[in-house]
Design a protein around this ligand. Structure first.
Ligand code: E4P
Length: 415
């Protein structure tokens, strides 16, 4: 029943009977609590004449953008249930109705069955569906032609807005796990160039990559390229290696060479304009880039437009100057979520303590990178140690404490 990864969809709302505005608002409230759906944005409410020559009353129309893990079929079924709950009874096609909910569009999805058509069959012909859709999902494209709905002439037709639906409270990105590039949860990178730490971390089996920077490399006093190569052989995941040139042409040269050291290498560039130029050139070559030293949301837009695989906002260094580093993570996650075509992942960097990691996950960061010391702090809790000690003490009173022997005998007996 679930779409993987969770994706963006737009639902069209229409009502022509009863208290139409109240019904639309009630529908949004039900959508907001529907399992598997997060309401992200609501359009204004538009008045439209009845279509198809059947209904007599004027319609109110609107659209709601949602993020959902449901399949199109499951989502459409949910919409039918919400319609019924709010009093819709079966009527002729295009007749007056208390509420009409249509799955207008779902990112990258096409369906053409008797039961369901996605994108909606008449989306491109109906200003009252198209205009609110473009309002809530300006980047939405027709999955077959790739054309942006916002570019259709009908999207600019004159249609009076007669009201607005209440916007959802700031949508919680953490309610639906964002799975860019197939990540099922927040990835965890080690932020170190120390081979011993990385070797030990690798035995935990949970680290997904490593980030380094010139300061971390300098601290180890080893050859840069050899260190990157060794790290890439220890952890099977992205390893960030940073350029140090300050002009784009030399950075590009460094980046292209670093990418040849090991397939795991991700080229790291600072968020300067030269870094952005370099990011674009490397991304166009198919080289993954981590754009680092991000301290404001607008910079993250540049990185995404330049095709960065990762943007690294520095949480701890912002906290150090009395700004809220985690607020920056939440903002960038939200901005990227507004534009589903962007594939840049938010990599929370400059992490100083376990709560930074928890807060990054709550904000919906795709990756966090932290020193090994912080990951060690993350698992330890005095109550875990105390509880475990008590379990082991009580276990001492059990007569036969040899679990392995017991299980082997049990299995042998059972055959
Ligand atoms: C990672 O990519 C960064 O280089 C690192 O997290 C910076 O952390 P710091 O602010 O603790 O130096």
């Amino acid at each position: 029943m679930e779409a993987d990864p969770p994706t963006v969809a737009v639902i069209g709302l229409g009502a022509s009977l009863g208290d139409r505005a109240a019904t639309l608002e009630a529908a949004v409230r039900l959508l907001a609590v529907w399992p598997g759906i997060v309401v992200e944005r609501c359009s204004r409410v538009y008045g439209s004449a009845p279509a198809g020559g059947v209904a007599g009353a004027a319609f109110l129309n609107a659209a709601v953008r949602v993020r959902t893990a449901l399949s199109p079929e499951a989502l459409a079924e949910g919409l039918r249930t919400i319609e019924a709950r709010l009093g819709r009874r079966p009527t002729r096609r295009w007749a007056d109705r208390v509420l009409d909910l249509d799955l207008l569009w779902m990112a990258g999805v096409t369906r053409r069955t008797a039961a369901l058509q996605v994108p909606h069959a008449r989306l491109r012909e109906r200003a009252f569906a198209l205009i609110p859709l473009v309002e809530v999902a300006p980047a939405a494209r027709d999955p077959r032609s790739g054309a942006r709905y916002a570019d259709l002439p009908l999207a600019r037709a004159a249609l009076p807005a007669v009201g607005a639906l209440p916007q959802p409270a700031c949508p919680p990105p953490s309610r639906v796990v964002e799975r860019r590039s197939g990540a099922a949860t927040m990835k965890m990178f080690l932020d170190t160039a120390n081979l011993d730490e990385i070797r030990e971390g690798a035995t935990w089996g949970i680290f997904d990559g490593v980030t380094t920077n010139p300061s971390l490399i300098a601290k180890e006093g080893r050859d840069f390229v050899d260190t990157i190569y060794q790290i890439a052989n220890l952890i099977d995941g992205p390893v960030s290696a940073e350029t140090v040139a300050t002009d784009a042409p030399t950075m590009i040269k460094e980046g292209r060479l670093l990418a040849k050291v090991h397939p795991n290498v991700v080229v790291k560039v600072p968020l300067t304009i030269e870094g952005i130029k370099c990011c674009k050139a490397l991304a166009d070559d198919g080289i993954r880039v981590n754009v680092t030293l991000c301290f404001q949301a607008a910079q993250a837009l540049y990185a995404a437009k330049a095709g960065a695989t990762y943007i690294s906002p520095f949480v701890g260094r912002l906290d150090d100057v009395s700004e809220d580093g985690m607020d920056l993570i939440a903002k960038i996650v939200q901005i990227y979520a507004n534009y589903p075509d962007l594939q840049t992942q938010v990599l929370a960097a400059s992490i100083r303590h376990p709560m930074h990691i928890v807060a990054s996950a709550l904000a919906g960061a795709h990756v966090c990178t932290a020193p090994f010391k912080v990951y060690k702090q993350l698992y330890s809790h005095p109550l875990t140690d105390k509880g475990n000690a008590a379990f082991l003490k009580d276990w001492e009173s059990v007569p036969d404490r040899d679990i392995i022997g017991q299980v082997e005998r049990f299995l042998a007996k059972r055959g």
